[in-house]
Design a protein around this ligand. Structure first.
Ligand SMILES: [Ca+2]
Ligand SMILES: [Ca+2]
Length: 329
């Protein structure tokens, strides 16, 4: 019933947008870009004192296309080092974006999910660490489905997405449970972004499509950020309940800031995460601290030393020093 209501809402949402598309430049070509980052990782605690290794983290290659006046597309591959050796490669994005009207667009295919895409761009240091949401597996950053974005006015945009739910690395469940995401984005003044997100992800306790017993994991997020050319700050509160996998439920927050030091190539970043799993154990909160210095060595090349500390409940904190090399084109 819930799923039917949501599907009907999505259909209404799509039908509600009508007006004539505006002119756009079609140059008939696309652009190819990429990003790579890897670290030199050194353990600083008793438990990881011997750790000293280069760690390949990510390679992305992205091709953006202007397919026609109102249709753009993107293809992105994502590669990283597998835990068992060798590299994995995934198709992270393969989508077409159709600008149906000036204030309304639809996106089809493998695409970014809605939960943390905006606040991640305020954080800006994916090369150093994933968002809190991504770190604790609350939602995959990409999934296969259809989404719509409707610009209500200068201050408000609403988005909705229906996708498989398992993310771009996962296998869709046999019973076809879907993820439904709804987001309101408010930009009250220049540089300020506020996002409210509600998500459901259907799963089947017995993995049998013939028994009508679907459950829904629920995700709620409130994120806010501010950025200008030299300074940014932001954070989120997020909670997840009724997940299929025990241990993924919980709630937490993160807060971060970064700023450029008086127009030099150096920027400082600090971040604090706290995640409290719903494990019925006291003192199980996980915290994560980052303090780093970003050196923009040359156009397209950053070298970023950082100190990172993770602490799991009452266990001793684990400290690491990372020297991250990040380049893009
Ligand atoms: Ca699913
Ligand atoms: Ca079932």
């Amino acid at each position: 019933m819930l799923r039917r209501m949501i599907t009907a809402m999505l259909v209404l949402f799509v039908m509600s947008a009508v007006s004539s598309p505006a002119e756009a430049q079609v140059d008939g070509t696309g652009s190819l870009g990429g990003r790579v980052y890897f670290d030199l990782q050194k353990g600083l605690s008793d438990s990881n004192d011997n750790l000293l290794t280069y760690r390949f983290r990510r390679f992305y290659s992205t091709y953006n296309m202007q397919i026609s006046e109102n249709v753009t597309g993107r293809f992105r591959i994502d590669a990283g080092k597998s835990a068992t050796g060798g590299h994995w490669v995934f198709v992270k994005h393969a989508y077409a974006n159709w600008r149906v009207a000036d204030n309304f667009s639809l996106r089809f295919g493998q695409q970014g999910t809605l939960l943390f895409i905006e606040i991640e761009s305020v954080w800006n240091y994916r090369a150093i660490s994933k968002t809190l949401h991504d770190q604790f597996g609350i939602r995959s950053s990409s999934d296969l489905g259809v989404s719509g974005a409707y610009v209500v006015n200068d201050m408000l945009t609403v988005k909705a997405m229906m996708s498989n739910g398992e993310g771009y690395k996962g296998l869709d469940d046999a019973s076809g449970g879907k993820a439904y995401e709804f987001q309101g984005l408010v930009t009250p003044i220049d540089g300020v972004l506020i996002s409210a997100h509600f998500g459901l992800n259907g799963w089947d306790p017995d993995d049998d499509p013939d028994t009508d017993n679907m459950e829904n994991a629920t995700t709620i997020d409130l994120s806010a950020g501010y950025e200008n050319d030299r300074f940014a700050a932001g954070g989120s509160y997020v909670s997840k309940s009724n997940s299929q996998v025990t241990g993924l439920d919980g709630s937490g927050f993160w807060a971060f800031s970064r700023f450029n030091i008086s127009n030099s190539p150096f920027s400082l970043m600090v971040r604090y995460d706290s995640w409290d799993p719903d494990s019925n154990q006291s003192d199980d909160t996980m915290t994560y601290i980052i303090a780093g210095l970003d050196f923009a060595a040359a156009e397209g090349l950053n070298i970023i030393p950082s100190f990172q500390q993770t602490k799991d409940g009452s266990q001793d904190p684990v400290n690491e020093f990372l020297l991250t090399f990040y380049w893009r084109w």
